[in-house]
Design a protein around this ligand. Structure first.
Ligand code: PMP
Length: 427
């Protein structure tokens, strides 16, 4: 399949034929032509350790054979019909996904992306509650459509368009947040916001349990429990965006929200659910789903046979290969090693995360927490030169995001930490 087109030619064609708003990583963007589990290969055959998984999307590993096989076999037999006919793949996948959910979260809607999932979730919240106001957290990313950029709260992504009736509350960020780790103070701020900034009744609240694009920011412990109570008392539904934090990545639990001991009313998923297939899902209760029955809800590609076969294979692989416990094991090793690296390098302001969803925030001054923007860029290039691909995040672009395919090993973690140590030491 790789036709030999050079990186320069691809880059030129990209500029000519794709939109000008595309961004790329690295001064000289990589031309990646092949992937195998936690590794990527460029057009010269050079291997890279992939610690970002196509933005937290390749959950099981690049081109995992079980998933490739499921997709190929289904493609050969029947690619597409839509839900106007019956097909076993969509119901098998829905049943398997529902079996992973706690409480009464049993009704599944399949869509094609995280943005679509959050659009649908917001629509359900408004229809079910009869209210309009949505609350999201500052520093959140929930999508790029006209509706979901309203939920997103990072100015880099927000086009100047009407953003709907959406409010952003202070982020319960233990490192940078105004109230530190004090969940009760953040929750009080949210209550105040409902009282003073909305009609008093709201449609819903949405949050990632660990903010992804925002830079692997964990929410203050206990925050969601307090906030879910407040939101429900104000007539709203609670939405957990598990697009990045789900499927065992946090290690201790299958879903990110479980790390905060809550059960949402609606859960949205994408990315890792398909290991690279365009696939998203919304899971909710039968009661909430009932409000959608007043009209027809339809999605041409949602739950198509190929993506459903692939998605089911993902769930099976994650179980068969015990990826959740693996994430806990490798993740704690990685975090431990990064924390000891932090002792030697002033520039590492914060190491945070759970399982294989880890953030390293770089600062030029630990007291003032001044974002080390330039230095992050230099180290980012250097890591790539050393053969390690990480993500970058946060409003100031000063956080490394380590969210590899879940087959990432302790030896891979060691290589990453050693490369980072070497890169910082040489700066
Ligand atoms: N929610 C979260 C937490 C995300 O990280 C993203 C994508 N970065 C989205 C939603 C939107 O997903 P998609 O790009 O598939 O529309």
């Amino acid at each position: 399949p790789y036709n030999g087109m050079s990186a320069d030619e691809i880059f030129q064609k990209r500029k000519s034929f794709l939109g000008p708003s595309l961004f790329h990583y690295y001064q000289k963007p990589l031309n990646i032509v092949e992937g195998k589990m936690q590794y990527l290969f460029d057009d010269s055959g050079r291997r890279y350790l992939d610690a970002f998984a196509g933005i937290v999307t390749v959950s099981c590993g690049h081109c995992h054979p079980d998933i490739v096989n499921a997709v190929v076999e289904q493609t050969k037999l029947l690619q597409h019909t839509t839900t106007i006919y019956l097909h076993h793949a969509i119901v098998e996948f829905a049943e398997a996904l529902a079996s992973k959910m706690p409480g009464n979260l049993k009704v599944v809607y399949f869509v094609n992306s995280g943005t679509e999932a959050n659009e649908l979730a917001m629509m359900m919240a408004r229809l079910y509650s009869g209210n309009l106001s949505m609350i999201a957290l500052r520093n959140a990313y929930h999508g790029g459509s006209a509706g979901t950029i309203g939920l997103t709260a990072l100015n880099t992504w927000k086009y100047p368009l009407p953003q709907g009736e959406i409010h952003h509350v202070v982020n319960p960020d233990p490192y940078r947040g105004v109230f530190g780790s004090d969940a009760a103070l953040y929750a009080k701020e949210l209550q105040d916001h409902i009282d003073y900034g909305t009609p008093g009744k709201i449609a819903g609240f949405i949050a990632e349990t660990i903010q992804g694009v925002g830079g692997a920011v964990e929410l203050a412990p206990g925050y969601l429990k307090l906030v879910y109570d407040i939101v429900r008392k104000a007539g709203g539904v609670c939405i957990a965006d598990e697009v990045q934090s789900g499927f065992g990545r946090t290690g201790s639990h299958y879903w990110g929200f479980e790390t905060q001991g809550v059960i949402p009313d609606i859960v949205t998923m994408a990315k890792g659910i398909g290991n690279g297939l365009p696939l998203g899902a919304v899971v909710t209760t039968p009661e909430i789903a009932q409000v959608m029955a007043q009209k027809i809800q339809f999605n041409t590609f949602g739950g198509n046979p190929v993506c459903s076969a692939g998605g089911l294979a993902v769930l099976k692989v994650l179980d068969k290969e015990k990826r959740q416990i693996h994430c806990a094991d490798v993740g704690s090793h990685l975090i431990e090693r990064l924390r000891s690296l932090q002792k030697n390098h002033e520039i590492i302001g914060d190491v945070r995360g759970q399982g294989l969803m880890v953030g390293i925030e770089l600062v030029t001054d630990r007291e003032k927490k001044t974002p080390a923007k330039v230095e992050t860029g230099v180290l980012f290039e250097k890591l790539k030169d050393l053969g390690v691909l990480v993500g970058k995040g946060g409003l100031h672009g000063n956080v490394f995001r380590i969210k590899p395919p879940m087959c990432f090993t302790k030896a891979d973690a060691d290589f990453l930490v050693d490369a980072l140590d070497y890169a910082i030491s040489g700066m």
